[in-house]
Design a protein around this ligand. Sequence first.
Ligand code: 13P
Ligand code: SF4
Length: 354
Amino acid sequence: MRLPAEYIGLPREEALERTAAARQKLGKDVVILGHHYQSDDIIRFADFRGDSLELSRTAAGQKDARYIVFCGVSFMAETAAMLCASHQAVLMPAMEAPCPMAMMASVADAEVAWRHVAGAWGEENVIPITYQNSSAELKAFCGRHGGAVCTSANARAVFRWAIDQGKRILFFPDEWLGKNTALALGYSLEQVAVWDPGAPFGGDPDLDSAQIVVWKGYCHVHTHFTVAHVEEARRRYPGCTVIVHPECPVPVVQAADLNGSTSYIIKQVQAAPAGSTFVVGTECNMVYRLDREQPDKTVVPLTKSFCGTMARTTIAHLLYTLESLLEGRLVGHITVDPETTRWANIALERMLSI
Ligand code: 13P
Ligand code: SF4
């Protein structure tokens, strides 16, 4: 589905004014959720902004609103659609915004990896865990096999939940979040094997010494950061704190001072004393906004890195969604079939209860 011609090229001021008017008319029927990577034009209309864990919890908790307008990417809106009540509808103004990393793990490929890894370790000894940045079908696959979902905010807790049951882990689809989480929990890189879905037999990882197998997927926004960027930041801003998202490669996370989810990064900056300098390795919309919102601190990007999929939601898209609602039409309505929802919710609810 595409934005109708009359919304394309609408002057920004007009789009902002009409969005404010439509939003007001819709009142409590609508709640607008915005991920931290959304642009300022969108965030100013968000009733709630957050990282993907907070937005999942918020979506699950909004029982009064009939419409949840989700400004983010497809896997986030799908998760909201699965967690919300049956009388609610989730609308995504971008209509289609697939996260490239989420698309790196299909269920068909996951089945192949599962047969191989669970075949080697014994199905009863392994738990599949998928990052929230994955399709609803992959979440359902994990739910069906006794697994769970995690986000960057709770990956350690979810891994620990599996490890405490004496299990090994097969983790989809982010190699770097998987490795960074394993290292944070005291594992060595020798205990983490990589499954490459593009190679015969997954690249034939050494499963004997491995405790955790991670999928060879990545986020291009975060793999853009390098150790050289961190070194350059320390030269330019002596005494700065380098803080990065755990989707960054292991050497970058190790060279940084701190790492955590988008909300963790924001909280660290907010809690720091005036005059502090932060160099931040995550999506630049969020970094620039953090700098504007914390005028007594200096907040700069490690280097400019931008999520084009997040940017698909423009103010014209939000306006079209809200004005359509006023006319009684649902655009960008996200639905997931009941069977997938049933199993994915088992994996999501495990996460939310951990
Ligand atoms: P958070 O869970 O930290 O919000 O991250 C989501 C994301 O897409 C990061 O690339
Ligand atoms: Fe996907 Fe990376 Fe964009 Fe997050 S920042 S939505 S992981 S491409």
